[in-house]
Design a protein around this ligand. Structure first.
Ligand code: GAR
Length: 200
């Protein structure tokens, strides 16, 4: 009998930074625990580590050049991103440290198929440097959230969360590092749920 071969979920990854969440997803794929295939990686920052990670893994990697805005892409440029994602056959768009707002061209092209990881227990502390916001607020616990992306800032429906304690003597860097350990666990696990067809 010929074994049935399930198609792998094709993911497109957008980032701005070092790409440790993307690396965590890649590790799970390489270990055979995640049935997904990154088919394209794009970053809006030239020289971002996530691009080197992709190239090292033989995945097409592109720089998004946006000269006009810092916090979003212009509609033409976001439309071009959509074209590249579609051309690559992407089924799920994974924001992994992507630091711009996502707008209609991308959201309309991939309804309920754009996800993000954020370093707080949303709805607390949306926006930049959520770990610093948590420290400044004096909370006893923080964590991370994976959510569907909508037009708001970190407001989409929550898919998964993990808590971490805020410890005496924490600095922003220490707390962020503790949160990232949980990010690297829950983000691949959520992608696996999409790959398994668990998230309509
Ligand atoms: C992560 O902590 C992620 O949660 C955060 O950026 C970091 C990227 O790290 N994202 C946001 O703050 C989005 N609002 P990485 O490049 O090592 O994956």
């Amino acid at each position: 009998m010929i074994p049935s071969v399930m198609a792998k979920l094709k993911i497109g990854v957008l980032g701005s930074g070092k790409g440790s969440n993307f690396r965590a997803i890649l590790s799970e794929i390489e270990a055979g625990r995640l049935d997904a295939e990154p088919v394209i990686v794009m970053a809006d920052v030239e020289g971002a580590g996530i691009l080197d990670l992709a190239r090292g893994a033989g995945i097409p990697a592109h720089v998004i050049r946006e000269p006009r805005f810092c916090t979003k892409l212009s509609p033409e440029i976001e439309t071009d991103v959509v074209r590249r994602l579609r051309d690559a056959g992407v089924e799920l768009v994974v924001l992994a440290g992507y630091m711009r707002m996502v707008k209609q061209p991308l959201l309309e092209a991939f309804p309920r198929r754009v996800i993000n990881i954020h370093p707080s227990l949303l709805p607390a502390f949306p926006g930049l440097e959520a770990w610093s916001q948590a420290l400044a607020a004096g909370v006893e616990k923080s964590g991370c959230t994976v959510h569907f992306v909508d037009a708001g800032m970190d407001t989409g429906e929550i898919i998964a969360q993990a808590e971490v304690p805020v410890l005496p003597g924490d600095t922003p860097a220490l707390l962020h590092a503790r949160i990232q350990i949980e990010e690297h666990r829950i983000y691949p696990a959520v992608v696996a749920r999409f790959a398994a067809g668990d998230l309509p």
